[in-house]
Design a protein around this ligand. Structure first.
Ligand code: TYM
Length: 345
């Protein structure tokens, strides 16, 4: 059976971009067709300036939202990254096959590091090595597919490179995964700056629709979205990014096609109105389930406990195999250690 892994980072409240680019696909498709694991990747939230209490709060909220969008623990595994030690164990080994140059070429690193320096802050080393931990997240489960939005494609590409390199040097150990991107809304843009991604950790609140925004807040944000000069509604991501973004959001919400929808509208006003209503309608059941789940935190905790237990059992043998392959001596208590030790003598 195909194995799928993906994750979400608790660095901010989850957004419409997270939902349309990734989470919706996980709930509607992936959990039904594959052995799927979905993870709140909390270690990744420590790569930038963070408040410990906020990370804890956002991790809990992300877990609740993953269930609210429809992930079903009877069908898939939902867990928190830091509950499974194997991610960090494997990450170090992968750092020993990755190169410094490779890390510095990562677009997200370049952008985030530049932003951090502009603010006069220092760049955490973990921000540079982040993509290696992400590779470990994926490789530790032998995932075949990684459903993500477009912004994560480069990281999945790096994961493939590291897996291939490790396998070539030390013997076949890892499955080489591939990214799967949604056909529409793989990169939802900020409503106020339609040339930048709608990112949950950005400061520009009015340009970001959060999954827990009240209907009137959603309407206001979409009505105030920046549109382009020119009046006619055409779908052109390069020349008319504002309108293209609205058309993509509407298409993703209604199952339509942005190009075809562009012919339906004659004014920005009606496009915005319909887009706002489509988003409100899409989010309403998610918000309702979120409210119900918040009333039962014990349930969410139980899901995470069971998820971590299953994830640990899957991850351990892969990391043990990687440790042996790269030349680390097995501990005497490891299963089969004697056999390996004897073979090594
Ligand atoms: P994160 O938390 O930024 O985003 C979670 C998922 O949402 C997608 N996404 C978007 N899709 C479309 N438009 C947007 N504006 C938008 N914003 C976010 C992301 O592409 C992602 O699929 N590094 C990852 C987390 C991670 C991970 C992993 C993912 C850590 N380890 C292993 C997959 C596999 C991240 O920061 O996602």
């Amino acid at each position: 059976m195909t194995r799928v892994f993906s994750g979400v980072k608790p660095t901010g409240h989850l957004t419409l971009g997270n939902y349309l680019g990734a989470m919706r696909q996980w709930a509607a498709v992936d959990q039904h067709r594959a052995d799927a694991l979905f993870c709140i990747v909390d270690l990744h939230a420590l790569t930038v300036d963070h408040d410990p209490a906020r990370v804890r709060r956002l991790s809990r909220q992300a877990a609740t939202l993953l269930l609210a969008v429809g992930l079903d623990p009877a069908l898939c595994t939902v867990f928190v990254q830091s509950h499974v030690d194997e991610h960090a164990r494997l990450s170090y080994v992968l750092e020993c096959v990755a190169t410094d140059g490779e890390m510095r070429r990562m677009i997200q690193y370049k952008e985030k590091a530049a932003r951090e320096r502009e603010r006069g802050g220092s760049v955490r080393l973990s921000l540079l090595t982040y993509p290696v931990l992400m590779a470990a997240d994926i490789l530790v489960y032998g995932a075949d597919e990684v459903p993500v939005g477009d912004d994560q494609a480069q990281h999945v590409e790096l994961t493939r490179d590291l897996a291939v390199r490790f396998n070539q040097r030390y013997g076949h150990t890892f499955v080489v995964p591939k990214a799967s991107l949604p056909t529409v809304a793989a990169r939802v843009m900020n409503l106020q700056e339609p040339t930048s991604k709608m990112g949950k950790s950005d400061d520009s609140g009015p340009g970001i629709v959060y999954l827990l925004d009240e209907p009137d807040v959603v309407r206001k944000k979409i009505t105030r979205a920046v549109t382009d000069s020119g009046r006619e509604i055409v779908y052109d991501r390069q020349e008319r990014p504002g309108v293209a973004n609205l058309l993509e959001i509407l298409a993703a919400c209604t199952g339509g096609n942005p190009e075809a929808l562009s012919g339906v509208y004659e004014s920005y006003g009606s496009l915005k109105k319909d887009t706002a209503e489509a988003v409100v309608e899409l989010l309403s059941p998610v918000q309702e389930r979120h409210r119900a789940l918040c009333a039962d935190p014990g349930y969410v905790e139980g899901v995470l406990r069971d998820g971590a237990e299953r994830a640990r059992a899957l991850a351990r043998p892969t990391v043990d195999a990687a440790y042996r392959a790269i030349g680390l001596l097995p501990a005497a208590s490891d299963t089969g250690a004697e056999v390996v030790l004897n073979a090594a003598r």
